[in-house]
Write a protein that binds this ligand. Sequence first.
Ligand code: DGL
Length: 215
Amino acid sequence: MKLGVFDSGIGGEAVAAALRHTFPSAAIHTVNDRAHVPYGNKSPREVIRLTNAAIQPLLAEKSDVIILACNTATALAIEWLRDRYPTQKFIGIEPMIKTAASLTKNKIIAVCATPATLTSNRYAELVRTYGADLCIIEPDCNQWAYRIENNQLNHAHVKQIIDDACHQGADVIVLGCTHYHWIKELVIILAAGRATVIEPSEAIGRRVEQLLQLR
Ligand code: DGL
C-alpha cells in the first residue's frame, strides 16, 4: 500500500508517524512545502495553488490515498483537488468538532486552528452541523504554525492561551492544525484536570482502512 502524506511543513511528519505505527508495512511518502509555511495566513486561492503544486509527486507515483495532513489545505483545497483529480482518493483532516461535542460536559470547547481554517466555509459547515449548541472559543493561534515549524514557540504564550480557554470554561481543546500535534503533550500538561485535548491522528488510520476497505 502506498500512502502519500502532505502538509505545508512538519505537521505532516506527526501524522505520518502515526500512520507508520498503524500500517508498518505501508510505503509512506511525505511531501511538504516548507518554503511557504504558514499556509494558515494565506488566501484560499494561494493555498489551492501551493497545495496542488506540492502534491504533484504523490499524484505522479500513484499513491493509493493522498492524505492532506493539513487542516488548512483540507478546508480550502480538498474540494478543488477532488474535482481536478477525480480518480485519486483523498483524505482530509478537519477540526474534531463532532468528537468534541460528544465529550464536552459544559458545552464549551476551544478550537485551536489557523486563521484560514477558522474562516473557511468548510469549518462554518462543521460548526453548523455538530457545534450549533456549543460555545466555541477560537483563540488567536495565528503565530503557532510558523513558530513550531521554526522551533521558536513561546511556551508562556501557549500557557496563556490554554489558561484563558480553561478559565472561560472550555473542557475540550481541539488541536485543529497538525503543526500543533507537536505540542500536544505540552497542551495536555497545561490543561491537566481542566480540559481534554484531542487531535485526529488515530482517526486518520481508521479512515484509510475504510476507504481502502482493508477490513
Ligand atoms: N499544519 C497545517 C494545518 O493543519 C497548517 C500550517 C500552516 O499554517 O502552514 O492547518
